[in-house]
Write a protein that binds this ligand. Sequence first.
Ligand code: PEP
Ligand code: MN
Length: 351
Amino acid sequence: MILPKSNRLTPEQVAEITSIAAEFGCKIQPIVGAVRTIYAIVGDERDELMINRIEGLAYIDRIDRIQSPFKLMDKRSDLASHRIEVGGVTLGRELFVIAGACTIDPKNPNLFYETAQAVKEAGAHMIRGGVWKPRTNPYTFQGDTKSLDILMEAARRTGLPVDTEVMEESQIKLALDAGVTSLQVGARNALNYSLLRQIGKAVADRDVVVLLKRSIHNGAVNEFISAAEYIAAFGNPNILLCPRGTTPTLDGYRNHPDESITPLLKEKTWAPVVVDPSHSVGKAAYVPACALAAVAYGADGLCIESHVSPNHGIGDDPKQAVTPAVLAELIAQAKELWRLRRREPAAAGAK
Ligand code: PEP
Ligand code: MN
């Protein structure tokens, strides 16, 4: 919908926007109001160039898009009936839990094996473990490719699928060749379109999923879903959207908890939402409340950092990993809340 700066356009101006629209196979339909006339774009209005050319005209205020910018991730697309299955769970049918260490310590593989076994017993469906780490400080531990073997050994020992973050093409290949089930796109790379494309291409014909974190810089809802569209465009729509807190931070927390974005995502996309409370609040003591809040907001799953001995962990683990005992209790409560929430519409008499 084109909104002009004045109450209506002159015939010359209408002719100009009509001719631009025609170049993109669209027509212009005036909608005459008592005071103001606005102009509908009839046809596929998703072409950025058409929008930019019309919006760039001095007499145009703005264009409000009616069509969704996403062809595949949109809730109204054919993919809406697509179901993602991982770790024996069909997303949306049961609360899905990813848990494990922030960072695998290659010097202490047993800590990761014990953690993997413990989070499995606590009820996790997939194990997470950072092999390569995006670190703010270039002098801190950046991860180690050797940890990939440790991650896969944990997968073998527990029989669970594993998730790890990849930041470059060589890591994508190594992770997929090793048999990693879930490639994580981190919050710092969520808007790295060439990486998203590389991942999209690499996962296109594989039975794997992508855990896409929300950009740390307060990525808008559409921006978040568009990042998923980049991946899905290559053919694999197994994408889990992962809000994980944004900047500026909420004083005292690591980031600004953003689990409340879940209903907004669900209004626009069919993709499951798996909230990461650990990076959101950044301290183990606050993680359970944030995780439950996420479930209350309608999340389909949780991604939680957990460690058998947080103090002996590396990366984020000493400060934000919950113990497996806390994780087990949290999963039990989250499942209860999840079931309660499923009953909510009928109980509330929404229809
Ligand atoms: C992580 O999962 O350990 C991590 C670095 O996540 P994020 O990209 O959300 O900071
Ligand atoms: Mn971490």
